[in-house]
Design a protein around this ligand. Structure first.
Ligand code: GLN
Ligand code: ZN
Length: 758
C-alpha cells in the first residue's frame, strides 16, 4: 500500500512566509532573506512528509503568493501593464498579485477569486490577444531539483491545462480555442523537461473537472490532452481531481492514457458509484482521496478500511491519498498548548494527517486490518461520547416554525419608514466595518491574551481607538459610521471565541490568500450564546456621535462556512443553532439603541455547491432561511445591512434579495461592475452599495476614478437605492492609504451630490 499527499500547505506552521513576505513588501528585508525563508519552509515540508513515509510528495506546491499566479507566469501569461513596469521578476509577480503604485507606474492587481468551494483565493490569470503562451519559467524544475538535493524524489505538481484555461480570463477577442496550440506546446515542453530531469510522476491538477461540464468542455479537455499526453515519454501522469466527483467525464477520462487518476471520495458523492459502475482500468493507478484535506477531524479508520476493501474489488492498483491539497487545513496540533487531550484526540491537522496516512499504510498492508492496534484505538475514540450536546439548543431549533423566518412589515414598507427615520443624504456613504489593524491594535490584543495587560487596560485602549475612528470618520464626512472592529482578530474567530460550543485554536492558521491567513473556529458541539459579544463597544461608539453607528455581526452562514464544521450534525442544523445565537445579539443591540445592524454574510456565495443541481436542495434551502432567522425579530425602523465579499451572485440574485436585508454592500470594483446590470434586470429591491474601490490593494484611486465608478452605477441603480462604500473591510490596509481613499470617496460623492442639485 502506498500513500500520497495532493499538496502541502506553504505558509509555515508559524506563518513564517507571511511575515517574511510582509517584511519584504515593507522594504524591511531583502529578496535573498525572503528566498531563504522559502527554501527552509520547502525543506521542512518535504522532510516532514518523507519522515512519515509518504510515497508521493509534491514539489512546486510552494508559492510566494498563489500557484495559479505561478502557472500564469510560468506560461508567460503576463499582461502588458505589468511588463511595462520594468520590475524584476519577483516584483513583477507581486505587482500582479497586489497591484503596484510607485515610481515605475500605477496598475491594479489581477482579479482574485475564491478557489472553488474553499476559502482560499486564487489570482485570475489574464490572457491578452497577443499573449505568447509558452513555457518560460523554471520554478517547477528548480523545486524538483531542490528536493532532489535533499534526497527526496517528488512528483511535481502543476495546475492542468484545462483548469488553467477555464479559470483564466481572456481580455481580447480571441477564444479559448485560439490559445490551444500554444498551450498544448507549453505543457508538452513541460513534460519533455520532466523526462530530461527524470521525474517518475507528474501531477496535473484538474479540479475544474468536478464542475458541471458541457459537451464542449469535455471536447476541450480531450483536445488538450490529446495534444499533451503523447509527450509524456517515461513520465507517468497523474490526473488529480478534487472538491467533488467527475461524473460528467469519468467514462471518458478512464479511456485516456493517464497513468493515475486522483478521485475525491470525501466531497465526491458519486466517486464510488462511478468506479463501481464503469470499472477502473487495470493499467492505471487509482489515487483514492480519502483523508479529508478540508476538515480537521480524525479519519475514522473503519470507514476507510471498508471503502478500500470495496475499491480493491474494482481497482488493481490503489494509492491512498488526501482528498485535496492540505492547504486548507492548519499545520499541526503540536503548537496547541491550551487544548486538552480530550479535544486533541479527535483532531488531525496536516501533520497528523501524515501520521494517519502512515498508520493506514501499515493497517491496510495487513491481512487483517481490523485487528491492528492503531485501528482498534481509532475506533475506540470514535465510539466515546464527546461532551458536545446542549438539549436546550436542540429543542429551540426543533421548535422553529415558519413565522420565525419572516420579518414584517414587507421591505417596501420598511424602506419608507427607515428613510423617514434616518434622513440620510443622497448616496449615503459608509464603510464595511473594520479599520486598519495596525501593529498597536494587534499588540493590544496579544498583550491582553497573554496576560500582560489587564482587561481594563485592554478595553481602554480599544475605546481610545474607537474614539479616534469615530472622529476620523466624522472628519472624512462619512454618513453611517462603524466602530472599527479593533477587538476582532477575525470576523469569524471573534464570534467563535464568544459562542459556547465553538472551540478555538492558538496557531491553527489557514491561508486565505497571499499573506492573509485565517484561524477558523471549530464547531465542536451545539452552539449557544452565553453573553453579549459586541454590545458594549457598539454602544460606546454610538455614544460618541450623532450619526448612526452600525452594530457589526457575522452571519450564521459565514460563521459556519468559515469554521471547521461538525461531521456528526447536518450543516442546516448547525446553521440554525448559530442563527439563534446571533439573533439574540441582534435583539440586544437593538434594545440598547443601535439602529443599524450589519450582519456580514461574506461567505454565503462561496459555499454554493459547485454543481448547479445541488444549489437549492442542501444549501440555499437552509442558508437563506438561516439569515432571515437572525433578523426577523427586529422593529421596522431598525435597518439591517448585510455584506458579501463575492460579487458573482448573478445566478442567485433572487435568493440574495430574498434574504430580506434592507441594504447590502458587496465587492464589485474588481469584477468590472457587471453585477450592476444584473441588479437592474432582476429589479433588485434591497438597497445596494457595490464597492467603489478595491481594498485588497494598497492603491489609492483618485476622486475622478471614484466619481466615474459611482456615475456608472447610477446609470443602472435607482439613486435612492444606491450607497457608496469601499468593497470590503479595511483591516488589512494601512492608515495612510485608508484615509486617502476614503477622503477621495466622500469628495467624489460630494461632487456628485452638488452636480445633481444643479
Ligand atoms: N465587517 C467585516 C470587516 O469590515 C467584513 C469583512 C469581510 O467581508 N470579509 O472587516
Ligand atoms: Zn468583504
Amino acid at each position: 500500500m502506498q500513500v500520497s499527499v495532493v499538496n502541502y500547505p506553504r505558509v509555515g506552521a508559524l506563518r513564517e512566509l507571511k511575515f517574511a513576505t510582509e517584511a519584504y513588501f515593507k522594504g524591511n528585508s531583502s529578496k535573498e532573506e525572503l528566498q531563504e525563508i522559502a527554501a527552509q519552509l520547502k525543506e521542512s515540508h518535504w522532510n516532514m512528509q518523507d519522515k512519515n513515509q509518504i510515497d508521493f510528495i509534491s514539489s512546486n506546491d510552494f508559492s510566494f503568493y498563489d500557484t495559479m499566479l505561478d502557472t500564469a507566469v510560468l506560461l508567460n501569461a503576463v499582461p502588458k501593464r505589468y511588463q511595462q513596469l520594468n520590475l524584476d521578476p519577483l516584483d513583477e509577480y507581486f505587482a500582479m498579485a497586489r497591484g503596484y503604485q510607485g515610481k515605475n507606474g500605477d496598475v491594479k492587481a489581477l482579479a482574485m477569486k475564491k478557489w472553488f468551494n474553499t476559502n482560499y483565493h486564487y489570482m485570475v490569470p489574464e490572457i491578452e490577444d497577443d499573449a505568447a503562451i509558452s513555457l518560460v519559467g523554471t520554478k517547477p524544475f528548480d523545486e524538483f531539483a531542490e528536493a532532489k538535493k535533499l534526497g527526496i524524489t517528488t512528483k511535481p505538481s502543476i495546475i492542468g491545462a484545462f483548469t488553467f484555461l477555464k479559470l483564466a480570463k481572456r481580455t481580447g477577442q480571441k477564444t479559448s480555442e485560439d490559445f490551444l496550440p500554444d498551450l498544448i506546446q507549453a505543457y508538452a515542453d513541460l513534460l519533455k523537461k520532466w523526462n530530461e530531469l527524470g521525474a517518475e510522476w507528474v501531477q496535473l491538477e484538474e479540479p475544474a473537472l468536478v464542475m458541471d461540464l458541457s459537451l464542449k468542455d469535455i471536447r476541450l479537455f480531450h483536445q488538450l490532452y490529446r495534444g499533451i499526453l503523447p509527450f509524456k515519454g517515461n513520465v507517468k501522469i497523474l490526473l488529480q481531481t478534487y472538491f467533488g466527483d467527475i461524473r460528467d467525464c469519468y467514462d471518458n477520462v478512464i479511456t485516456m492514457p493517464f497513468d493515475g487518476i486522483g478521485l475525491d471520495f470525501v466531497e465526491g458523492s458519486k466517486s464510488l458509484e462511478l468506479v463501481k459502475h464503469f470499472g477502473f482500468p487495470a493499467d492505471k493507478t487509482l489515487f483514492a482521496g480519502v483523508i479529508n484535506g478540508k476538515n480537521i477531524w480524525r479519519n475514522r479508520y473503519s470507514n476507510t478500511v471498508a471503502l478500500m476493501k470495496e475499491l480493491r474489488r474494482h481497482c488493481q492498483s490503489i494509492v491512498l491519498n488526501t482528498s485535496c491539497s492540505l492547504l486548507h487545513v492548519p499545520y499541526t496540533l503540536r503548537n496547541e498548548s491550551k487544548l486538552t487531550e480530550d479535544y486533541k484526540k479527535h483532531f488531525a491537522f496536516a501533520e497528523e494527517k501524515l501520521s494517519e496516512l502512515s498508520e493506514l499504510k501499515r493497517i491496510l498492508s495487513r491481512s487483517a486490518p481490523t485487528s491492528a492496534e492503531e485501528y482498534i484505538q481509532n475506533e475506540k475514540a470514535f465510539r466515546q461520547t464527546r461532551n458536545s450536546e446542549n438539549s436546550a439548543v436542540q429543542s429551540s431549533v426543533s421548535a422553529l416554525s415558519e413565522k420565525d423566518f419572516i420579518r414584517s412589515p414587507a421591505f417596501s414598507e420598511r424602506e419608507k419608514i427607515q428613510k423617514a427615520t434616518f434622513r440620510l443624504p443622497f448616496l449615503p456613504t459608509t464603510t464595511i466595518g473594520s479599520f486598519p489593524q495596525t501593529a498597536e491594535v494587534k499588540t493590544n490584543r496579544s498583550q491582553y491574551k497573554s496576560g500582560k495587560i489587564s482587561l481594563e487596560q485592554y478595553t481602554a485602549f480599544n475605546q481610545k481607538k474607537i474614539a479616534e475612528c469615530i472622529a476620523l470618520q466624522e472628519k472624512i464626512g462619512l454618513d453611517v459610521l462603524v466602530h472599527g472592529e479593533f477587538e476582532r482578530n477575525d470576523m469569524v474567530e471573534y464570534f467563535g471565541e464568544n459562542l459556547s460550543g465553538c472551540i478555538f485554536t492558538e496557531k491553527a492558521w489557514v491561508q486565505s490568500y497571499g499573506t492573509r491567513c485565517v484561524k477558523p473556529p471549530v464547531i465542536w458541539g451545539d452552539i449557544s450564546r452565553t453573553r453579549p459579544m459586541t454590545v458594549d463597544y457598539a454602544v460606546y461608539a454610538q455614544s460618541l456621535t450623532q450619526k448612526p453607528v452600525k452594530g457589526m455581526l457575522t452571519g450564521p452562514v459565514t460563521i459556519l462556512n468559515w469554521s471547521f464544521p461538525r461531521e456528526d450534525l447536518s450543516l442546516k442544523e448547525s446553521a440554525f443553532q448559530i442563527a439563534l445565537a446571533i439573533r439574540e445579539e441582534v435583539l440586544e443591540l437593538e434594545a440598547n439603541g443601535i439602529k443599524i445592524i450589519q450582519i456580514d454574510e461574506a461567505a454565503l456565495r462561496e459555499k454554493l455547491p459547485l454543481r448547479k443541481s445541488d444549489w437549492h436542495q442542501g444549501y440555499l434551502d437552509w442558508a437563506i432561511p438561516a439569515f432571515r432567522l437572525v433578523h426577523s425579530g427586529v422593529k421596522p425602523e431598525t435597518q439591517i445591512h448585510t455584506h458579501m465579499c463575492y460579487s458573482e451572485f448573478a445566478d442567485i440574485i433572487k435568493e440574495i434579495d430574498n434574504m430580506d436585508a434592507d441594504v447590502i454592500t458587496f465587492e464589485a470594483s474588481r469584477s468590472d461592475l457587471t453585477i450592476i446590470d444584473t441588479l437592474k434586470e432582476s429589479e433588485f429591491q434591497t438597497e445596494v452599495g457595490p464597492g467603489v474601490y478595491d481594498i485588497h490593494s494598497p492603491r489609492v484611486p483618485d476622486i475622478l476614478e471614484m466619481k466615474e465608478t459611482i456615475l456608472k452605477m447610477l446609470e443602472k441603480i435607482p439613486a435612492e437605492k444606491l450607497w457608496v462604500n469601499p468593497d470590503c473591510g479595511l483591516k488589512t490596509r494601512g492608515n495612510s492609504e485608508t484615509i486617502a481613499s476614503l477622503t477621495n470617496l466622500t469628495a467624489a460623492v460630494k461632487e456628485i451630490r452638488e452636480s445633481l442639485l444643479l
